[in-house]
Structure formats: structure tokens, C-alpha cells
Design a protein around this ligand. Structure first.
Ligand SMILES: Nc1ncnc2c1ncn2[C@@H]1O[C@H](COP(=O)(O)OP(=O)(O)OP(=O)(O)O)[C@@H](O)[C@H]1O
Ligand SMILES: [Mg+2]
Length: 500
């Protein structure tokens, strides 16, 4: 081959797309739902990650096939937009393409399939909206979906307190600005805290519990510069000490002159500096983690500065720092600034393993709680909403074009892959389960009891269901319309061809 591209055209291209999409869907399928399995991803360095998150599994896989990459990217985009539902999207996309391919092989044109899919999507959207709860407060709706995200995980024992925290957090801040802080302890003591939590103490003991005003965020050692002295020149010791003292005085005076009330330092502070701050009643905290420094900067609208010599007033943050839990085992400092959309959750757990599990469950729960608080409508999950949508599509009047109508019905069948997969993860009898569900689509799959039963207590955000379905459909249509793939061949392969 003298071409550096490998080109697939027409049916060959479509076949490749469909096969690849099915393969990708298979990679994540077994992770769906409360009994979905985790996958252990091990990278080249031997580091591993346990996850059941669809987007993560696909993005770590590094499949260079263009179809695999498109699907992984759309899963990532969905995760970014609505924080969840990535496995559902990928599984549905795979199923839509599989069923479409069945009809394409029988001579149905892509256009007819597109028409049928779009008609079905419209009906499904109406059904989802009709089945959505209305009248819930943002808090109540967010709490419901947070409960769904926590159910079936080890955090479930603390579902009341944790779902309450998620719902309140969802109203307080965006998920990116919510930090989970694990620590040993009783999960019943979990709490939502406004602002940033810094697991440090003031550098000197004080009766004061609250400091407020200008905040200096410093990424520089607060101590005199090191001098290279040997015992051979003792005469210079006094001189150097003088220079050092003058240097420190100048810097501390700069802090005083700017009216700074709180000094948060990423590096160390020497005892002279600490004494100075104590005398002046300035809060001073040292060795703060970089990530915490940046969160404080965001919350207090300041900047982390690296050189005390030339700070400007606008680089200083402004806010209130409170010393909390001083008498308990886990003291911390709470920083609240003008940007109130920043929050922290203290999440105690008994072991490191449970801490990691809690943190993953909470990450998901906070994300869905957040999108639900913004648009407080929820629909029944556990495959029930898909069964209801499929039922309505099947009962809708036939389309003018019989081929488009076949595609519309295929869409209904594809939706059932969600309840079907949930049933599979519980090793239920699939034929019986799907039969029961199609007879009574108001029910859902309970993988925990292995029964088709009323599952209205499992609620999902309407936005999430609609986004998943739209993303899957639009991607399926775009991929079906592709009739040529030009794949750049791996460099090594091209090189070998040239050698021959
Ligand atoms: N307790 C439950 N019983 C039955 N089904 C449930 C339960 N909890 C959640 N589900 C269903 O599980 C599905 C979601 O599973 P999961 O969270 O594994 O995948 P996802 O949200 O699509 O993708 P990801 O979380 O990987 O981004 C939804 O259909 C939801 O209704
Ligand atoms: Mg999920």
C-alpha cells in the first residue's frame, strides 16, 4: 500500500462504525446500575484505578480508532455538562446503531432511519416530560436524585445525612467548587461547610476564633534568607544577622502597612515572623497545601503571590477565617470570602477503602443533585422511564413511510437495552423480565430484589435522561451518515510498507 491512509467506503465504513460502536458499548455495559461491576484500569506504570464511570473507562482506554474516540469524547462532554449518565448514553448509542444496521442490511436507507429515529425521539421526549414530577422544591428534587446515586453503594447506610448534604451543597456551589475532605471518623458527623476548609491550625495559640479582613496568600518562605557562613569568619556573623533582621523587618512592615489581617502561607514561617503576627493580632497559618491555597484565592478573590516584595493591594483576598474544632481531634480553619459559591464537605469514614468509596458515591450524587436543583424535575429510573417511552412509541400511529416506521420501532426496542442491562447485571431471567416490563411499563427493574416492581422511589433528573437520549441519538445519526473513513495508518506500518 502506498497510501498513508486506510480508507473505508460505503457499507464497509458503516459496518466498521457499527461494529466499533457495539464493541465500545460492550466495554462499559457491565458497569450499569447499582449492581454494575467496577473495572480495574491499570496503566503502563502499574498504577490502578477502580471505576464504574463510563466516561473514565473509555478515556483511559486510548483506543485510537476514530469511532471509539468520537464516542469517548461525547461521553466526556456529557460528563462535563451533566456529570452523569455516560454509561447509559454509550450503551444506548451502541444499541441504536446495532438495530439500524439490521435494517440497513435489508436495504433501508439511512434517511429513513434518521426520520424514524427523530420521530421516536420526539415521542420519547414528550413521555419523559409527562412522567416528570412537578412541584418539588430544588432541595427535595436534588435530595431524591442524590439518594438514587448513593443507593447500592457502601455509603447507603448513611443515605439520609449524605443526600441532605448533597442537596444543600447543590444549592450552595457548583460541583467543581465543592471539595470533599476525607478523614477518619464516624460518617454521621459528615458536614457541609461554607467556603474553604483548611486542615491546619493558627501558628500560635490564641483565644480569638475569628479573624477578618485582608488576606495575604503567599507562596514564599517567611524567614530570613539563608547565608553561607563558615566558622572561619565569625566576624561576619553579627553583620549577616543584622542584614537578615533588616530584611525580615522590611517584609513584616510591608504586611503591616498593607493592613493585612490574615497571612496564609504555602511554605514555612520562622519564629520571629510568628511572634510578630501574634503581637499584631494577625492570623498566620503555614505549610498550606497548594490546592487549598488556590481554592482560598478563588473564594476570597485574591491571588497567590510568590514575592512579598512587590504585592499589590488588588492581589490580596478578603474574607473571614474562623478557627474550628480546636478542642476536638480534627481542628481546621474555615475561610469564607466574597465568592460564596465555594463549599467543602467533611466526610469522615472508618477506613481508607470506605473513604474512597464514599467519595466516589458523593461525587456522583453531588453532580446529579446540582443539575436537578437547577431544573427540579425528576423521572422514575431503574429502566422504567425507558419502558414507558418504548411503550408510547410502539403505540403511536404508524408513520407515512413504512421504512421510517420500522426505524421508529427500532428506537423503542433500543431504549429497552437500559432495563435489559440492569436485569443482566442482576443475572435475572432476561426474557421473563422484559416480558413483564413490556406488559407493565410503569414498573422498573430492581436488581437488588431481582424483580420487576414499582421503582418510583428511584428518581433520576429529567435533564439527565433527555441529555443521554439526545446525545445517543444525534451521535448515532451522525455516525450512520458517515460513508467514508480515512484512517491514518500507524507510522510504523507506513514505514514498513515503504521499506518493502
Ligand atoms: N436502586 C436502583 N435500582 C434500579 N436501578 C437503579 C438504581 N439506582 C440507579 N439505577 C439505574 O441505574 C442507571 C444508572 O447507572 P450508572 O450510574 O451505573 O450509569 P450512568 O449514570 O448511565 O453512567 P455513569 O454513572 O457511569 O456516568 C439508571 O438507569 C438508573 O435509573
Ligand atoms: Mg451514574
Amino acid at each position: 500500500m502506498d497510501d498513508e491512509f486506510e480508507t473505508l467506503k460505503g457499507k464497509d465504513a458503516q459496518k466498521h462504525i457499527v461494529e466499533k460502536a457495539i464493541e465500545v458499548a460492550e466495554r462499559v455495559r457491565s458497569t450499569l446500575g447499582p449492581l454494575g461491576h467496577d473495572k480495574m484500569l491499570v496503566d503502563k506504570m502499574g498504577d490502578f484505578l477502580l471505576t464504574n464511570d463510563g466516561a473514565t473507562i473509555l478515556s483511559k482506554r486510548h483506543d485510537n480508532d476514530p469511532v471509539a474516540r468520537i464516542i469517548a469524547q461525547s461521553a466526556k462532554a456529557q460528563e462535563k455538562a451533566v456529570f452523569d449518565g455516560t454509561t447509559t448514553t454509550v450503551v444506548l448509542l451502541g444499541e441504536l446503531l446495532k438495530l439500524a444496521w439490521h435494517y440497513i442490511q435489508k436495504g433501508v436507507q439511512t434517511n429513513a432511519i434518521t426520520k424514524g429515529f427523530r420521530a421516536a425521539l420526539e415521542i420519547a421526549t414528550e413521555v419523559a416530560e409527562e412522567n416528570a414530577t412537578t412541584g418539588d422544591t430544588p432541595y427535595d428534587a436534588a435530595k431524591k436524585v442524590a439518594k438514587t446515586a448513593i443507593t447500592g453503594k457502601s455509603a447507603e447506610d448513611y443515605i439520609e445525612i449524605l443526600s441532605d448534604i448533597c442537596a444543600r451543597a447543590a444549592e450552595a456551589a457548583t460541583p467543581d467548587n465543592i471539595k470533599l475532605i476525607g478523614r477518619p471518623g464516624d460518617p454521621n458527623d459528615a458536614e457541609l461547610i461554607e467556603g474553604v476548609v483548611v486542615l491546619k491550625q493558627n501558628s500560635y495559640p490564641t483565644e480569638e476564633t475569628e479573624f477578618s479582613g485582608k488576606i495575604l496568600l503567599l507562596d514564599e518562605e517567611l524567614g530570613p534568607p539563608q547565608a553561607n557562613l563558615t566558622l572561619a569568619d565569625p566576624s561576619r556573623i553579627a553583620q549577616v544577622a543584622q542584614v537578615q533582621a533588616a530584611y525580615m523587618e522590611e517584609r513584616l512592615a510591608a504586611i503591616d502597612n498593607m493592613g493585612i489581617k490574615i497571612v496564609l502561607c504555602q511554605k514555612g514561617m520562622d519564629s520571629k515572623a510568628i511572634q510578630h503576627f501574634r503581637r499584631k493580632g494577625i492570623m498566620a497559618v503555614r505549610n498550606i497545601r497548594k490546592s487549598d491555597m488556590h481554592r482560598v484565592a478563588k473564594a476570597t478573590q485574591g491571588e497567590v503571590v510568590t514575592d512579598l516584595a512587590d504585592i499589590m493591594d488588588e492581589e490580596l483576598g478578603e474574607g473571614v477565617c474562623s478557627i474550628r474544632g480546636q478542642d476536638g481531634p480534627n481542628p481546621y480553619i474555615q475561610v469564607v470570602g466574597g465568592n460564596t459559591k465555594v463549599a467543602s464537605i467533611i466526610l469522615p469514614a472508618q477506613t481508607e477503602q470506605t473513604a474512597a468509596e464514599f467519595s466516589r458515591a458523593m461525587d456522583d450524587a453531588i453532580g446529579v443533585a446540582y443539575i436537578t436543583a437547577k431544573s427540579p424535575k425528576t423521572v422514575p429510573g431503574a429502566g422504567s422511564i425507558q419502558a414507558r417511552m418504548a411503550d408510547a412509541i410502539k403505540k403511536s400511529p404508524p408513520m407515512e413511510s413504512s421504512r421510517a416506521d420500522l426505524a421508529k420501532l427500532a428506537f423503542a426496542e433500543a431504549l429497552m437495552v437500559i432495563p435489559k442491562t440492569l436485569a443482566e447485571t442482576a443475572s435475572m431471567d432476561i426474557i421473563d423480565a422484559m416480558f413483564d416490563l413490556s406488559l407493565n411499563p410503569k414498573l422498573g427493574v430492581n436488581p437488588l430484589t431481582e424483580k420487576i416492581e414499582d421503582m418510583t422511589h428511584v428518581q433520576e433528573p429529567l435533564t439527565l435522561v433527555l441529555t443521554s437520549m439526545n446525545t445517543a441519538t444525534e451521535n448515532a445519526i451522525a455516525l450512520l451518515r458517515t460513508d467514508e473513513i480515512q484512517k491514518s495508518r500507524p507510522i510504523q506500518e507506513t514505514f514498513m510498507d515503504e521499506m518493502n
